[in-house]
Design a protein around this ligand. Sequence first.
Ligand code: AMP
Length: 118
Amino acid sequence: MEYDKNNVFYKIINKQIKAEIIAENKNAIAIKDISPRKKVHLLVIPKGEYKNIFHFNKSASKEEIFDLWNLVNEVCLKNQLVENGFRIIINQGENGGQEVPHLHVHILGGEKVGKMCD
Ligand code: AMP
């Protein structure tokens, strides 16, 4: 699957753009969304060059997959989201509303997030 390096998350991972990384492991980083839709809005992003969730599921190593989801748990715990709940969203492609073509897992919480779809 073709990956376009000209995207903001590639640049953050490769230190071409500054960002506050709130948690990190070998294969993933977590940052705060620049335009939060809820009180807590975090993004967990694999360091590898994966365009979307389909690409990641098809091509990532077991370690990369483990590290991504392990970091999701870590930041959910750190931000006290586990007890009251949270929502994970992964957008893919045009119909999914994906704006940045590098896989990222949205984590929304800190308050009721509302109905699932418009
Ligand atoms: P999506 O529509 O799923 O591709 O979501 C892209 C998300 O990236 C949006 O929620 C943006 O607010 C967020 N975003 C874009 N640029 C940055 C940035 N520099 N730092 C943090 N989040 C960003």
